[in-house]
Design a protein around this ligand. Structure first.
Ligand code: ADP
Ligand code: MG
Length: 147
């Protein structure tokens, strides 16, 4: 369990997270609205060298970030409710060996999704947040060894 006292701490965790992420990983970000999922993603993207604004993909389900050797897809399934949307957008193809996929509200797309390599659970705790990081696959376990 990690304690994150303020937004800066969440961004710093994202920076640390960026060091262990590699193409092919699927990361679920689980927790209520306002728990810090997008903030963590922002920390990760900034550490990877992305200078721009990190928008919440709530209205279009995914934001795409292209780096020299990989794509990072930031999904937010909060407003997802139709599996046809998944098919039409071709989301299945977004999960492959050249991409890092970070997903907010994965429980809303449940059975359509591949297994998470890593799951991050966010909870409100006093004025800050409490976070738990878990491996979901062997790949995820190996990855977390470098933490
Ligand atoms: P989510 O994507 O989970 O809905 P956001 O990342 O958009 O949540 O964060 C919501 C708010 O929580 C933001 O205003 C952010 O500054 C704040 N926040 C992020 N991390 C922390 C923290 N560790 N302690 C207190 N506030 C935080
Ligand atoms: Mg969010």
């Amino acid at each position: 369990m990690l304690q994150l006292a303020d937004e800066t701490a969440t961004l710093a965790l994202g920076e640390k997270f960026a060091n262990i992420l590699h193409p092919g990983l699927i990361v679920f970000l689980c927790g209520d609205l306002g728990a810090g999922k997008t903030t963590l993603t922002r920390g990760i993207l900034h550490a990877m060298g992305y200078q721009g604004k990190v928008k919440s993909p709530t209205y279009n389900l995914v934001e795409i970030y292209k780096f020299s050797r990989l794509y990072l897809y930031h999904f937010d399934f909060y407003r997802f409710n139709d599996p046809i949307e998944w098919e039409e957008a071709g989301f299945r193809d977004y999960f492959n060996e050249n991409t890092i996929c970070l997903l907010e509200w994965p429980e809303k797309a449940d059975k359509l999704l591949p297994d998470a390599d890593i799951k991050v659970f966010f909870r409100f705790h006093q004025s800050g947040r409490e976070i738990k990081i878990q491996a979901g696959t062997e790949k995820g376990k190996l990855c977390l060894k470098h933490w």
